[in-house]
Design a protein around this ligand. Sequence first.
Ligand SMILES: *[C@@H]1O[C@H](CO)[C@@H](O)[C@H](O)[C@H]1NC(C)=O
Ligand SMILES: [Fe+2]
Length: 609
Amino acid sequence: MWQFAYLTFVIAASVAAAPLASSVPLAPSRPGAKPEPGDGYYSLPDPSSVILYSVRQGLVAVKRISFLYGEGIGGGPSSPSGALGQAYIAADSAICETELAVQVTIDSSDALVAMASLPKYNDLKTLDDYTKLYDGDLWKASSAPTGPAPGLLTNYTQDLLFSMERLSINPYAVRRLMLGRDSLPIPIDDAVVAKLTGGSTLADLLQRGLLFYADHSSQAKLAPTQNFAAACDAYFYISPANGQFLPLAIRSNVGNKLVYTPADSSEDWLLAKLMFNCDDFFMSQFYHLASTHFVTEVAYQAAIRTLSDDHPVLAILQRLMYGAFGIRPLAAAILLPPGGSIGKYFGWTGESAAKFSGEQYSNGFAGAVQGNYFLTNLRNRGLIDSPVGPALQNFPFHEDALVIHNAIREFMTTFVNSYYTSDSTVPSDPELQAWLVEANGPAGAIDFPTPATMKTRKQLIELLTHMGHLVSSSHHTVNTNQVMTGGGVLPFNPSSLYRPIPTEKGAKDIASFLPPPRKSVEMIQSQANFARPAIAGTSRTLVHMFDDAGMLARMTGETRAANERFKAAMEAQSKVIKARKFNSEGLSQGMPILWQALDPDVVPWSLSI
Ligand SMILES: *[C@@H]1O[C@H](CO)[C@@H](O)[C@H](O)[C@H]1NC(C)=O
Ligand SMILES: [Fe+2]
């Protein structure tokens, strides 16, 4: 009897609490003003209102019954299952598939033109011939508004371009080596180092905090495709002479493990850089699957199962995760299987790629939450605030992502403070606390804040800011538009090589290591599927990350004002990025490429790609 009455009550309350998007009056803007449950406003749970709170708990319990953890789709940590879980996936798949279909229409017509141009490519006999793949209008609509990063097709033989790619188009691999902590993994002759660095030894560079390392050697244990990759590791250094960040050595970790340096023939050294770039592109793609998709999906699943649909934090997460659950089913369908685009174009199979992502998640490298907070991650790799050595002269990823990060944090600060009126309200929010427990427990989050560690509003602000960072700057730096305008652009950034990795030096005809013409066009088209040029300039961009009228109407006035400030900050940053030019030395942000990956009026606000 009681149960029946309770259930009726729950259903009635659930109808009352349904979103009233357009008709709802704006929620009060005074912090701490308690909107009445049922009026459509988001609110924190209030256990002192015993009956209303138990109704709210009942609704969360209903969600938990049908939103379950299932096996990770395509590998990795859990994906949603159960009736409600499936409904979330279906809704997000519809979003992803619609956005993809728009892009496929655009890139198919570009691909037709490119295929018709095959005879013009001179059979791609030289590296410069490869730049013709992007000539004129070819791929223009697919890669709008920027096309391949200016400079990438003209300055690719410059060492500075190669090294600065590590600080822009894939900023996740390189780290500074530290005396006493790190060894010197790549054997290299002191005389060669001295010649390249103007007299320093490797030990000097290490001691002075000038030596950096990027390690893709673990890829050697993955299953190869019909193509080739070398699982390279590499040294970089800050030049004692001019402070530039430059490459020092690249080692292949298959076959004879040859060590290449700029002192080798220009062909050998260029080939070494191409080999490293294959591995780095592979890493950037399958690291991003773990570090952005897996991490945010896990946190969101735990949130859905613990936070009421009336909780403001869940509302924000729902906005950030727009379309997100649609990606792994898509990847499992078209990227990962044998015959999918990974197996076709990379040096390691789709199955290997899934395994790589799973490991990067579970070993914490990509999966750790707090350890990968934007600045913490860069600090841990000695790229900012290093206790040894000089600061990097230029760090484009840090420079551009910081502006976005700061704006997200400012929004989250206002948002959080408008609901949590003192630090003590954080530990006393039972739903928020349940989220932390759930994330650390059945959801499988790694290094997620716990009830014991999250004691203040600042910590909640940092966590939510990180979620915003992962779905925007962190993702779009390596994925979305950048696959075909940065990390995957031929001739310098191939996905794999098409001839075996040499076992001795003396390579000639480097172009013969690159994909043949038709294969190149097919590959560019598959990369173009990740681009979202149709989103640029619309309400789907990062400028509009929080700009959801239905959501904001149910939030505090402070939050609505914070959204306006966020939009203004992002519009201003978009102007900065659009106005970016090469200086008189042909450099931009210290690089011979013009990097515009993080234009907030171009990239989407979520990771539905
Ligand atoms: C890089 O390429 C751009 C565009 O082709 C050119 O304007 C610039 O001078 C080049 N920079 C260097 C350092 O060569
Ligand atoms: Fe992605």
